[in-house]
Write a protein that binds this ligand. Structure first.
Ligand code: GSH
Length: 219
C-alpha cells in the first residue's frame, strides 16, 4: 500500500565537516530501510527563524513531519518511522522493549561520551580535553564491543532501527579514528554501511549539501 511521503527538515546549508553526518541521516536511513517515501525541506542554518523554533524547541535539525504530526529528536523520528515495520522493529513486546533500550543506550550512554570527544578533538582541537574525553570514551566503546562480539547486530542476527541509531552515533567518531582499537565496532559499522538503504540515504544527503553549496556559490 502506498503512503503519503513524510517530510524531513534539515538545514539549507552546512559547512563541509558535518556533511554526511548531519542527524537527518537518521530519519532518512530509517525511511529508506522501511520503503517510506520522503521529501526534504530546509530551514536556514544562519539567521534561524521563529518558524523553525516553533517546530524544534532547541532550534536544531532534523524535524519530521508526517501528516499532522511534527516531531523533533532524531531518535523519536527513527522509532516513529520504524513503528509497524517488522524489518526494523520486532512485533513482540519483548523485542520492542529491547529495541527501545538500545536506541536510548545509543543516544545517552554512547552518544554523550562520543560527542564529548568529538567536541574536544575535532571542533575545539584541545589536546588535553581530547585526551580526558578519550579516557572516558574508550571503556564505553570496549563495553559495546563486548556486547557486539560474535553478533551482526544489537539484537543478534536481526537488524533493527536500534542499529541505525547506534551506527549513526558511532560513525563520526569512527571516521575521526577513535574506534581504531575496536575492530568489532569497525566491522559492525562496515556491515551497516554496506546496506543499500544507508548508501541511498548518505548519497542523498551529500547531494543535498552539494546542491546547497552550488546555490550559495552562484548567489
Ligand atoms: N538530540 C538532537 C540533536 C540535534 C542536533 O544536535 N542537531 C544538530 C545538527 S546534526 C544541530 O541542529 N546543530 C545546530 C545547533 O545545535 O544549533 C537530535 O538527535 O535530533
Amino acid at each position: 500500500m502506498s503512503r503519503d511521503p513524510v517530510t524531513i527538515v534539515t538545514y539549507d546549508w552546512v559547512p563541509e565537516f558535518p556533511r554526511g553526518y548531519v542527524r537527518d541521516m537518521r530519519p532518512r536511513w530509517t525511511a529508506e530501510e522501511a520503503g517510506i517515501p520522503y521529501k526534504i525541506e530546509t530551514v536556514p542554518l544562519n539567521d534561524k527563524t521563529p518558524g523553525h523554533l516553533a517546530i524544534q524547541p532547541f532550534h536544531q535539525v532534523p524535524i519530521l513531519k508526517d501528516g499532522d504530526l511534527t516531531l523533533f529528536e532524531s531518535g523519536a523520528m527513527a522509532l516513529h518511522l520504524a513503528d509497524g515495520q517488522p524489518e526494523l522493529m520486532p512485533e513482540d513486546r519483548t523485542g520492542r522493549a529491547r529495541v527501545n533500550q538500545w536506541v536510548i543506550a545509543a543516544l545517552n550512554s554512547v552518544e554523550l561520551p562520543v560527542m564529548a570527544w568529538i567536541i574536544a578533538a575535532a571542533f575545539d582541537k584541545d589536546d588535553r580535553a581530547a585526551a580526558n574525553a578519550n579516557d572516558r570514551l574508550q571503556p564505553r566503546l570496549a563495553q559495546l564491543a563486548d556486547v557486539l562480539d560474535g553478533k551482526d547486530w544489537l539484537l543478534g542476527d536481526r537488524f533493527s532501527v536500534a542499529d541505525i541509531i547506534m551506527v549513526e552515533v558511532l560513525r563520526p567518531a569512527a571516521d575521526e579514528g577513535a574506534l581504531a582499537d575496536h575492530p568489532v565496532l569497525l566491522d559492525y559499522i562496515a556491515r551497516a554501511k554496506a546496506r543499500p538503504a544507508f548508501q541511498r540515504a548518505h548519497a542523498d544527503q551529500m547531494a543535498h549539501w552539494q546542491a546547497a553549496e552550488a546555490e550559495r556559490t552562484n548567489a
